[in-house]
Ligand binder design. Structure first.
Ligand SMILES: *Cc1c(COP(=O)(O)O)cnc(C)c1O
Length: 386
């Protein structure tokens, strides 16, 4: 019985040829392929600017900095996310807080956000940046969040690490509902550069700061120099940046993968539709379908419906793992992690995220998954739930 992973990269001969071509070229580090990948990505998601960096964690960090997050700032995010969505604020010396999730979208709840903003406004403790997460690839409630951003004056930094190829109200995610949008190209994500990330924005000044921050705060552009140039060799450090550059090897892989985004997405949609059909009579809560948005289907997460079965999530998980099926759980609420409880958060703070977590299980989903593999997953679930 072969192992079925929960996720798996999809590399073809064109991807390999694109990377190999870079190995034979002049540049290995950040060079012309990075610019080519950025242009292609910006075009694909309808963004004015795209700035590629070493990974999405770095992308969240520089996006926070470019949006002005600093010591004393407040940043809010969703507890149902990967650690990086919250850590990025702490890197900048800011404080982090969470907004509970909507049980339907499993992303940040607009109602909870509105209430928390009203209370924060009263005591003059409004956040500077809010980081909603497009959980599992389903876009969060971007229109309502942008309205709140405009009303309360915070910047919306969308963590779309799961959502490459998703769309919201007819527009691609990353095209400009948020002030800045971050995507991840980690190997398990929709398209991969092995490790990599990108920030898209409509704001030219923000894009310029992001380019400085990813490479030591340094520029060689004659028209951007603040001082008098001693000569054509001059480079200037204008702020404190990092070495967060993507390599041309990675960008070539990303550029090649991006050309297949539609096909990769179509395969995920078909598998998600098939899961819906095969699982509909089981005591499971299936992922939401909303008429105004298209999920990227990074993850297919079901919740064990305690009202209809005595079977526990752990039992299902064990059954799947015993059958060589790579079930997973996304996510342990960030605020319950030891590091975050050491900052003062505690179990019970965000009950919807905790309730969701207690019964969630991520089923395998990747473009090359066969119907036979999917049937095996469903058979094990059916057996365990009987
Ligand atoms: C994967 C992921 C990240 C971090 O991405 P890296 O590219 O691995 O740094 C951040 N946020 C979310 C929601 C993710 O899933």
């Amino acid at each position: 019985m072969s192992h079925i992973p929960y996720s798996c990269q999809d590399i073809d001969d064109d991807d390999i040829a694109a990377v190999t071509a870079v190995l034979r070229s002049e540049y290995l580090t950040q060079g012309p392929m990075v610019a080519q990948f950025e242009d292609a990505f910006a075009r694909r998601v309808g963004a004015r600017h795209a700035v590629a960096v070493a990974n999405a964690t770095a992308a969240l960090h520089v996006a926070c900095l470019a949006l002005g997050v600093a010591a004393g700032s407040r940043v809010w995010t969703s507890p149902n996310s990967f650690l990086a969505s919250a850590n990025c604020a702490l890197y900048c010396g800011a404080s982090v807080d969470f907004v509970d999730i909507d049980p339907v979208t499993r992303s940040m709840s607009v109602a909870a956000l509105r209430g928390k903003l009203e209370r924060a406004a009263e005591c003059d403790e409004l956040p500077q940046v809010i980081v909603p997460v497009d959980f599992a690839g389903l876009p969060c409630d971007l229109r309502e969040m942008r309205e709140l951003a405009d009303k309360y004056g915070f910047a919306l930094l969308e963590d779309a690490s799961h959502a490459t190829g998703a769309s919201y109200q007819g527009q691609p995610v990353g095209s400009g509902h948020a002030h800045a949008t971050v995507f991840s190209f980690h190997a398990v994500k929709i398209v991969t550069t092995a490790e990599g990330g990108i920030v898209t924005t409509r704001d030219a000044a923000l894009a310029k700061r992001l380019r400085l921050l990813r490479s030591h705060g340094m520029t060689r552009e004659p028209r951007d120099l603040l001082g008098e140039a001693d000569g054509p060799w001059v480079y200037e450090q204008q702020l404190l940046g990092y070495n967060y550059r993507l390599t041309d090897l990675q960008a070539a892989l990303g550029w090649s993968q991006l050309r297949r985004l539609d096909a990769l997405h179509k395969a995920r949609v078909a598998l998600a539709d098939r899961y819906d059909l095969l699982l509909r009579d089981l005591p499971l809560l299936l992922p939401a379908r909303l008429p105004d948005r298209v999920s990227a289907w990074h993850l297919y997460v079901v919740e064990v419906d305690g009202a209809r079965t005595a079977c526990r999530r752990a039992t299902l998980f064990d059954a799947l793992r015993r059958a060589q099926i790579g079930a997973n759980v996304h996510y342990i609420p960030i605020h319950t992690q030891p590091y975050y409880t050491s900052l003062g958060f505690k179990r019970g703070d965000f009950p919807a995220a905790e309730r969701y977590y207690a019964r969630a299980i991520t089923l395998p989903l990747f473009p090359a998954m066969t119907h036979a593999q999917q049937d095996r997953v469903v058979d094990v679930l059916r057996g365990a739930l009987r």
